[in-house]
Ligand binder design. Sequence first.
Ligand code: GUN
Length: 281
Amino acid sequence: MAMVIDGKRISEQIKEEVRQEVARLKQSGRQVSLAVIQVGDDPASTVYVGNKKKACEYVGIRSLSYELPGDASEEELLRLVEELNGRSDVDGILVQLPLPGQISEERVLKAISPEKDVDGFHALNMGALCVGKPGFVPCTPLGILELLKRSGIEVSGKECVVVGRSNIVGKPVAMLLLREDATVTICHSRTRDLATVTKRADILIVAVGKPKMITADYVKEGAVVIDVGIHRVPGSRKLFGDVDFESVEPVCSAITPVPGGVGPMTIAMLMSNCVESAKRR
Ligand code: GUN
């Protein structure tokens, strides 16, 4: 029987630690605050943004909400980001992605002050991660490392395979694992004979965005499997990951469920990054 890694419990533990830290800072006259910007009313984004604000409230972080219409111009958004960059009472700035087509995500992410980039998406923070310098690390990759650490899973010297090469998950998680002395392989849609590569993994991280793609045929006996995917299949209320849980669970030693695995960790690490920012500034 594989250990099912309880991301909900671990994320609650982290949020509790953050709550105490926020209270300590408040006692010394320092209120931690996060500005959250949403452009348009994409339903999924509205749910994510709502969850982020709820988490802020829970840990005692002040959240400032900015809702721009779906037809807002890039200039308008850039002006808002500039204003928030200059405000000494704002520790973190988060622009919810995706942005509407008329706005360049690249230009907007670049405009956020790297010192307030609690999402860790700014190229300077990405670069800092690559060269092993301090900076903000994206929340989902940070959450994955925290899940492994708090479940007693050693990373150093392990063969880690990451499936997916996105800027938000695949690339940064590979860099983090490398920083922790793992041997890392990144696979993607053009990888030849994917199963041969993934079967080498002691730790397999899956962030491909295809429901139930990874079955037991892709997993080495006793591997640790981390599932970053989250999918709602039409006609069903159930959520699915990129990993076929029923197929993989019997062959692995530990696995994250969907929901309740990696998902809750992202917001917990966002809260942790906000505190980090307040302490640094
Ligand atoms: N959209 C999907 N995931 C994320 C995230 O982690 N941060 C932001 N800003 N937008 C997202």
